[in-house]
Design a protein around this ligand. Structure first.
Ligand code: 6PG
Length: 476
């Protein structure tokens, strides 16, 4: 009998997704570049299940029911193009190809155009939730050919995580829409992680808490408005002792963060679209700075800063830090959603922002209680220009403001770097300032480059000869 779907790439995510799909009642044919992996999988975790092995791509396509559906779970970048190139001669018009890796949305747009010429229907699918999610229910962000989506909607809905009974699998629009939404998920993931890391740093260096006490703080936070997967695992991480040294394991881990590029792509897109996303960008920079370990060790000797210990009331500081973390988190989501909005317009996707919040409610890394609120905000007003202006978040920001300012001001005084907490506050303050000093920038631009400026009292573009004292003003 033919298999329902093919899957290429048996790294952990691929294996787990194959097992998830099979468990939902679909038969799967699998292929991996190195055949031993396939044999091992079939004899191991896949034993006795409706999984068939293929040892070449023609064999794989031969095992599939028409129209064929093939899921690619290979490393983003060149490998995806290579596999598509090798598969194409064995596909026919109407077959469906799904790229489920963390591909760049521009690559997805390009591949979509190329495959459309061959009549192959292409889907660019963002899958979040790590190994566990792939196996037991990921969050699925789908983009590409809508007919192909309809063909596979049933499968997506079955294998996805659920939030309040609704599958976290949504179609977002043509070509790169799904991968774009996944990219923004990852940008927000970077910001969330950095904000939590800065909070941990303040708890440790400023408040002087031990790991187990910090775990308790995060556990408590996880019971309130900050409730989220990342806060939850942070509490667990802080509570874990190292078996060798007996010390908290987290303290034994080198402080150099790595990255695979999706956060960077989010910042690049922000610059490209002209959408400010400082919290996300600072989170990427912070990983870059952390990687400069040897330089930092050297600089630590060169620049002894102030005493980092906070002298004031600890309980008050903890409450203020919780507010700061929550407010800054709202800012980073506001930036992510502003990007979705701008990209939807720029690429013609008509992205539904409330769906983006819904798709992230379960299964993915940034799953959090407050995504329900975001979904509500965009559900009520799809044209909302910035999440911060939604009545619910407006009230929260107003309430959290004072504590947030105290935390950032203290961090500056104590010499503790808080790039994401601080830049969020600057984003907030800049956004709520009716009169920014950009008038001076315009004047400077006009001074040195005759770049023209607009006036506040009448329409038009104006230029002034700034250096000529005699002729002075008014030359337009
Ligand atoms: C997910 C994650 C995942 C990502 C890792 C690592 O949604 O499951 O976003 O796709 O690859 O989190 O990313 P970095 O190596 O860049 O930290």
């Amino acid at each position: 009998a033919y298999s329902d779907i093919g899957l290429v790439g048996l790294a952990v995510m691929g294996e787990n997704l194959a097992l998830n799909i099979e468990r939902q009642g679909f038969s799967v044919a699998v292929f991996n570049r190195t055949g031993e992996k396939t044999t091992r999988f079939l004899a191991g975790r896949a034993r006795g299940k409706a999984l068939a092995a293929a040892y070449s791509l023609p064999e794989l396509t031969g095992l599939l029911r028409r129209p064929r559906k093939i899921m690619l779970m290979v490393k983003a970048g060149r490998p995806v193009d290579e596999i598509i190139g090798q598969l194409l001669p064995h596909l026919e018009a109407g077959d469906i190809l799904l790229d489920c890796g963390n591909s760049h949305f521009e690559d997805t747009r390009r591949r979509n155009a190329r495959l459309a010429q061959a009549g192959v229907l292409f889907l660019g699918v963002g899958v979040s939730g790590g190994e566990e999610g792939a196996l037991n229910g990921p969050s699925i962000m789908i983009g590409g050919n809508e007919e192909a989506y309809r063909e596979l909607a049933g499968l997506f809905n079955r294998i996805a995580a659920r939030a309040a009974g609704t599958p976290c699998a949504f179609y977002f629009g043509p070509d790169g829409a799904g991968h774009y939404v996944k990219m923004i998920h990852n940008g927000i993931e970077y910001a969330d992680m950095q904000l939590i890391a800065e909070s941990y740093h303040l708890l440790k260096a400023a408040v002087g808490l031990e790991a187990e006490e910090m775990a308790e703080v995060f556990r408590t936070w996880n019971e309130g408005e900050l409730e989220s997967f990342l806060i939850e695992i942070t509490a667990e991480i802080l509570a874990r002792p190292d078996e060798e040294s007996g010390r908290p394991l987290v303290e034994m881990i080198r402080d150099q963060a790595e990255q695979k590029g999706t956060g960077k792509w989010t910042c690049q897109s922000a610059l490209e679209l002209g959408v400010p996303a400082p919290t996300i960008t600072e989170a990427v920079y912070a990983r870059g700075l952390s990687a400069l370990k040897a330089e930092r060790v050297e600089a630590a000797r060169a620049f002894p800063g102030p005493n980092p210990r906070y002298a004031g009331d600890k309980e008050k500081f903890l409450a203020a830090l919780r507010d700061a973390l929550y407010a800054a988190k709202i800012c980073s989501y506001a930036q992510g959603f502003a990007l979705l909005r701008a990209a939807g317009q720029a690429y013609g996707w008509e992205l539904d922002l409330s769906r983006a919040a819904l798709v992230w409610r379960s299964g993915c890394i940034i799953r959090a209680g407050f995504l329900d609120r975001i979904a509500e905000a965009y559900g009520k007003s799809p044209g909302l220009v910035n999440l911060m202006l939604d009545p619910f978040f407006r009230e929260r920001l107003n309430r959290a403001q004072a504590g947030w300012r105290r935390v950032v001001a203290s961090a500056k005084e104590l010499g503790i770097a808080t790039p994401a907490l601080s830049s969020s506050l600057d984003y907030f303050d800049g956004y709520r300032t009716a009169d920014l000093p950009a008038n001076l920038i315009q004047a400077q631009r006009d001074y040195f480059g005759a770049h023209m400026f607009e006036r506040t009292d009448r329409p038009g573009k104006f230029h002034v000869v700034w250096q000529d004292e005699v002729q002075g003003a008014g030359n337009n």
